[in-house]
Design a protein around this ligand. Structure first.
Ligand SMILES: Cc1ncc(COP(=O)(O)O)c(C=O)c1O
Length: 431
């Protein structure tokens, strides 16, 4: 009887305590990209191909430590003056100022006037988060906070804004009929949004589509943004990686600044310096004058302090060395070209294979027109699934492939499997 009573009491108190026992926490779905990578790793097929992951691979499908990064790392290792003290809250000053010049231009009047505020962040993701958090606190919203995101966009954008209470709204961007930009849809979304809306724009190498506006189209976009007094939230995760030229890939951001449009820029050195795991990024907020910039800076410091206290030093020191030394900077530009050119070369090889050799049904010119790490192939979710299940080719369900996952050893296999899936003749490959 006493035991029964004890059991009952423990059952009741467990029920009351259920929140603390996390029994009502639902199981979250796994991240689709990381799930894809796990499935790829578990596959024993010898010719398997991983086109899911957004990281550069060399022609032997290996991660590439940039030679300039190796050099900078060895300089740091031998620098007796370095220690492991905390960095300032907004980061390593020589890193943030050089990073601002890289994106805004070394002769930027805005920078010279001291109107831009820069904070070192936990890579591009952290820059997006800090930028979103800053807007959530200080932007003068028309009603409920909303951010306009391209449809489609980098999957993390939605969660980053939702986490700080800003609701994402899609704007037209990709046209599946042309496998290109839905320019008219984009312009009407800008025109139809209430004045002073916040629009997130990918500065270059749009993820996941690889579809960027032309310079003429950027000018038209900027004009509507100016007329509607919208705020631009630029996300720049691929500077240099898209065209192989750092200045060319910063063109849209610099043009918007020149036009006097209010904006901020999120910057990442994950891809262009191959520093994925080092988490080196920055947020740059362009203000109309120095006095405003100082106030913005003070609030970014407060937000950063409560989120991460101080950013990490190692990756920022590597990038700072590279950006502030003319010789290392030139070497970095060569390394960037090596990566960008290999990807562009893969685009040409894949296009040639599909058009001249295999005569795959359909038009494949978008493979050449798209830019950066990713290509939207235009194949359907069921065709993508068939490539994974029958062809051992791992890609996301939307038909996006990472061009960096293609190389001289696997491109032929990939091209033939893609051709077969388009023709509806794909059969299971086994080794
Ligand atoms: C559009 C876009 N923004 C931001 C990021 C952030 O990357 P990271 O946090 O690794 O710098 C990525 C990475 O894939 C991206 O594609």
């Amino acid at each position: 009887m006493a035991d029964r009573l004890k059991q009952l009491v423990s059952h009741i108190s467990r029920k009351e305590m259920s929140a603390e026992l996390w029994q009502e926490v639902p199981l979250a779905p796994p991240d689709s990209i990381f799930q894809l990578t796990a499935a790829y790793k578990a596959d024993t097929f010898k010719d398997k191909v991983n086109l899911g992951v957004g990281a550069y691979r060399d022609d032997d499908n290996k991660p590439w430590v940039l030679p300039v990064v190796k050099k900078a790392t060895s300089i740091l290792l031998n620098d007796e003056t370095l220690d492991h003290e905390y960095l300032p809250i907004l980061g390593l000053p020589e890193y943030t100022s050089a990073a601002a010049k890289l994106i805004l231009g070394s002769d930027s009047p805005t920078l010279k006037a001291g109107n831009a505020v820069s904070a070192q962040t936990i890579s591009g993701t952290g820059a997006n988060h800090l930028g979103a958090l800053f807007l959530s606190k200080f932007y003068h919203w028309n009603g409920a906070p909303k951010v306009y995101l391209s449809n489609p966009t980098w999957a993390n954008h939605h969660a980053i804004f939702r986490n700080v209470g800003i609701e994402p709204v899609d704007y037209a961007y990709y046209d599946p009929k042309t496998i290109g930009l839905d320019f008219d849809g984009f312009i009407s979304a800008l025109q139809n949004a209430p004045d002073r809306s916040v629009f997130l724009l990918h500065a270059c190498a749009h993820n996941p589509t690889g579809v960027d506006p032309t310079q003429e189209q950027w000018k038209a976009i900027a004009e509507v943004i100016g007329a509607k007094k919208h705020y631009t939230f630029f996300d720049c995760a691929y500077q240099g990686f898209a065209s192989g030229d750092l200045d060319k890939d910063a063109w849209a951001v610099r043009y918007f600044v020149e036009q006097g449009l209010p904006l901020l820029v999120c910057q990442s050195f994950a891809k262009n310096a191959g520093l994925y795991g080092e988490r080196v990024g920055a947020l740059h907020v362009v203000s109309p004058n120095t006095e405003t910039a100082n106030r913005v800076k003070s609030q970014l410091s407060v937000l950063q302090r409560s989120e991460i206290s101080n950013p990490p030093s190692h990756g920022a020191r590597i990038v700072s060395l590279i950006l502030n030394d003319a010789g290392l900077f030139e070497e970095w530009k060569r390394d960037i070209r090596t990566m960008a050119e290999r990807i562009i070369d893969m685009r040409h090889k894949l296009h040639r294979l599909l058009t001249e050799e295999l005569h795959t049904p359909g038009n494949w010119d978008h493979i050449l027109k798209q830019i950066g790490m990713f290509s939207f192939t235009g194949i359907s979710p069921s065709q993508s699934k068939a490539l994974v299940e029958k062809g051992h080719i791992y890609l996301t369900g939307n038909g996006r492939i990472s061009m960096a996952g293609l190389n001289s050893h696997n491109i032929e296999y990939f091209g033939r499997q893609l051709d077969a899936v388009v023709r509806g003749t794909l059969t299971s490959s086994s080794s």
